[in-house]
Ligand binder design. Structure first.
Ligand code: ADP
Length: 260
């Protein structure tokens, strides 16, 4: 029996097709775009990839920022519960999750059963989110996907003192004009994000194992800097960006089993 989890984020829409509540059959990620365009696209793509139709899905659970606007779903669930569920499935030893998405950052604590115990979040300011990294990458004429590789080449991290995205951007422009090495600048940008997110994470308490989820976890430079700030190893699963969609698919499976 198949279930689908759809995570409609502010920046990216993610989809997981799950078989019998345990095997990941399909994955898809598309950028959100305007309105419900991204959600419909990722849903269509995931079904088409496996020549499936809506009737082939036992249940469809939707999560994320845009979850109230996708009418094809059977039910909706908060992204916090879904991220916790998804990460606990992928990495059962994890007790702390740092989820950095396109426009927010969250720190979650899980109990020994992998259920959400507590959380703190920043959704008021771009600093410490994927948006900050996108703005900085644009300023440096890089793709956000390239930031991790540049970070690895840094020899002397350039310090960015402003926490505000707008002021930090001016600081980056000024450092570029002083011929500061690009890799060192990228590493400094990652340090700035890490410092900001570490404050959030410490507020909720750090219990090992610690994992990162969300799209920004794909940036090895942020993972490095955050690990240094939190003085701990940070685990990252290849499906880190899809953790919320996976959690939604798992909740859909649980509901299906209850109905049976
Ligand atoms: P949301 O759920 O808030 O829409 P996601 O968790 O999907 O956000 O993360 C989106 C962010 O992840 C974007 O800021 C994007 O730049 C970043 N991102 C996605 N893929 C990569 C990658 N390969 N390398 C670095 N950053 C990435």
């Amino acid at each position: 029996m198949l279930t689908m989890g759809l995570d409609i984020g502010s920046t990216a829409c993610k989809c997981i097709i799950l078989e019998d509540g345990k095997n990941i059959l399909g994955r898809a990620v598309v950028s959100s775009g305007a309105g419900t365009v991204g959600a419909q696209k990722v849903y269509d793509e995931a079904l088409a990839m496996h020549s499936l139709k809506r009737e082939d899905l036992g249940r469809l659970m939707v999560t994320g920022y845009g979850r109230f606007s996708f009418e094809t779903a059977d039910n909706q669930k908060s992204e916090l519960s879904c991220h916790a569920k998804g990460i606990a499935f992928l990495m059962p030893t994890v007790r702390t999750i740092i989820d950095i998405g396109g426009q927010d950052a969250k720190a979650l604590r899980l109990n020994a059963k992998g259920m959400l115990d507590s959380f703190v979040m920043n959704d008021k300011c771009a600093a410490g989110t994927g948006k900050f990294l996108e703005v900085m990458a644009g300023r440096l004429n890089l793709q956000t996907e390239e930031l991790g590789e540049w970070d690895a080449k840094a020899t002397e991290e350039a310090s960015i003192s402003s926490t505000c995205t707008v002021f930090a951007e001016s600081e980056v422009i000024s450092k570029l004009s002083m011929n500061v090495n690009l890799a060192d600048l990228v590493a400094g940008i990652h340090r700035s994000v890490a410092k900001r997110v570490a404050v959030l994470a410490y507020r909720n308490g750090i219990v090992k194992d610690v994992a990162m989820s969300g799209g920004v976890a794909l940036n090895k430079g942020v993972v490095r800097a955050l690990g240094e700030e939190l003085k701990t190893e940070i685990l990252v699963h290849a499906d880190c960006q899809l953790a919320g969609a996976l959690g939604a698919a798992l909740f859909a499976w649980e509901e299906l089993c209850k109905q049976a």
